[in-house]
Design a protein around this ligand. Structure first.
Ligand SMILES: Nc1ncnc2c1ncn2[C@@H]1O[C@H](COP(=O)(O)OP(=O)(O)OP(=O)(O)O)[C@@H](O)[C@H]1O
Length: 468
């Protein structure tokens, strides 16, 4: 059995176990020697050796023997200078702890901690997305506070607010920021054990530990981290025993002054079925929200993505105004925005055309339709009355005073621009006015926008707040 032969066998294993398993578990194995029927491999961690021997030993043995080698057993040694980490989580094996059965309590504790640390190794590197860094995070008004708090925590200095809770709607960058913190901490403070996982994974690990009667390992694992990051914490709402364990983990870490970072899809106080005591713990630190994106932030993100895509599609051309159009028309969810741009680039490169308005509308018709915000005339009237601080009835009613008439015209103009209502329909909603009155109002505002800076600004502010 030679290195070369192992190389060939690995190719066969790739077909048997699939790409993911292969990359995670088989590729990092280094064949060392075959002696007395034992094939020895070096592995980056104990944990990984255990996992491979539990899950893939029979397949590896089968392939080794089919290739002519005579192998009865596999053995795994941890490489002395190993810096690699496996990239997936898996159960911690009882064998690791039971080896210490006859030792003193102190040694047992140490062995358990080492086991936990091994498992920790695999978790740390597990799910971080290399694209989610501070560099690739575009900062704008809606997320500047969350970003600043994340940056502060990522410095790894003394813990000043604990926990940091980031919350906000779907696709607004919570996970991105959490990963960015983890990356930054890894770079600045490699001495710290940073553990990032989703609340779902937390529950999964907890249930598994219960099933395998390995709660001690579980507790060791989670209490020996320096920074614990739990994503999408709302997931544990209504899951009583998981919440309970989370609560104890949380307290234990806070008592040791270890940093905790949590994300949720809404403010802690608003998470249904989350125990009061968990809610109040979450509210003890700094709670910051990621607001829905605004036009400027969406445009910034698109420009950022464009730079990125230039690397992949160097020949692509994009007409002026397309990014602005997308930022204007596509919803607040950044994931949808990114998806739209990806599709657009892929499509344009396939058909070999410049990305212009026509191509954009063809290619993204469904996305554009789905994200079309239905702004109503009533909503416009309400916003306009709030903005000018007049009563809603004065916008709709017959008063002709300039201080009512001008806001009314602004509302008519916005209704024409932002809804698909016809002039007569708009007129009906303004106290049964004639369509010519609406037409006149719209024209008047169009003219004033060019000559009166204040009106132009009012209209723009109102448009933005209606579209936000
Ligand atoms: N400010 C931003 N700058 C750059 N990319 C962003 C920004 N905000 C979000 N994104 C991107 O949008 C996508 C969705 O973000 P992310 O997964 O972090 O959302 P989330 O808030 O965790 O959503 P969910 O609640 O669905 O888990 C990611 O690809 C992320 O990189």
């Amino acid at each position: 059995m030679t290195q070369e032969k192992w190389g060939q066998l690995r190719d066969k294993l790739l077909k048997t176990v699939g790409q993911n398993n292969y990359t995670t578990w088989i590729e990092p194995l280094e064949f060392q020697e075959l002696q007395d029927g034992v094939a020895v491999f070096s592995v980056p961690t104990n944990f990984m050796g255990n996992y491979v021997s539990q899950n893939f030993a029979d397949i590896i043995l089968y392939e080794l023997n089919s290739s002519g080698a005579s192998v009865q057993r596999l053995a795994f040694r941890v490489a002395a200078n190993s810096t690699e980490r496996p990239v997936r989580e898996a159960p911690v094996r009882e064998a690791d702890v039971s080896a210490a059965k006859d030792e003193t309590p102190e040694k047992r504790r140490q062995a358990a901690t080492e086991t936990a640390a091994n498992a920790l190794d695999s978790l740390q590197a597990a799910p971080l997305d290399s694209r989610f860094t501070f560099d690739s995070f575009v900062v704008g008004k809606p997320n500047e506070l969350a970003h600043a708090a994340a940056r502060r925590v990522a410095e790894g200095g003394p813990v000043t607010f604990n926990p940091l809770v980031l919350y906000g709607g779907v696709g607004l960058g919570k996970t991105h920021l959490m990963h960015a913190i983890a990356w930054e901490l890894k770079a600045r403070r490699p001495d710290l054990n940073v553990l990032y996982l989703s609340a779902e994974q937390f529950m999964y690990r907890f249930v598994q530990a219960l099933r395998e009667r390995r709660m001690m390992d579980f507790k060791h694992l989670f209490r020996s981290v320096d920074v614990l990051m739990v994503d999408d914490v709302q997931f544990i709402a209504g899951k009583d025993s998981t919440q309970e364990e989370f609560f104890h983990t949380f307290n234990a870490l806070v008592d040791q002054n270890k940093q905790i970072i949590i994300s949720a899809d809404r403010a802690p106080g608003e998470i249904k079925d989350l125990e009061e005591r968990v809610k109040s713990r979450l509210q003890c630190g700094l709670v910051v929200d990621l607001h829905p994106t605004d036009y400027e932030l969406r445009l910034g993100i698109l420009q950022n993505k464009l730079q990125h895509y230039r690397g992949t599609y160097p020949d692509l051309k994009i007409a002026d105004g397309v990014l602005e159009f997308l930022a204007h028309r596509i919803s607040t969810n950044v994931r949808v925005l990114e998806g739209a741009l990806t599709r657009l680039f892929a499509f344009a490169s396939l058909v070999g055309r410049e990305i212009d308005m026509e191509l954009t509308q063809d290619c993204l018709a469904d996305v554009l339709r789905a994200s079309e915000r239905k702004i109503t005339v009533e909503e416009i009237q309400r916003k306009v009355s709030e903005y000018y601080n007049i009563r809603l009835s004065d916008i709709i009613g017959p008063k002709r005073l300039r201080s009512y008439a001008r806001p009314r015209q602004v509302a008519m103009y916005l209704a024409k621009q932002l809804t698909s209502r016809s002039l007569p329909e708009i007129g009906r909603r303004f106290g049964g006015r004639d369509h010519t009155t609406v037409m006149h109002g719209v024209k008047r505002i169009e003219e004033l926008k060019l000559t009166d800076g204040q009106i132009a600004e009012d209209v723009e502010m109102l448009r933005r707040s209606l579209e936000a």
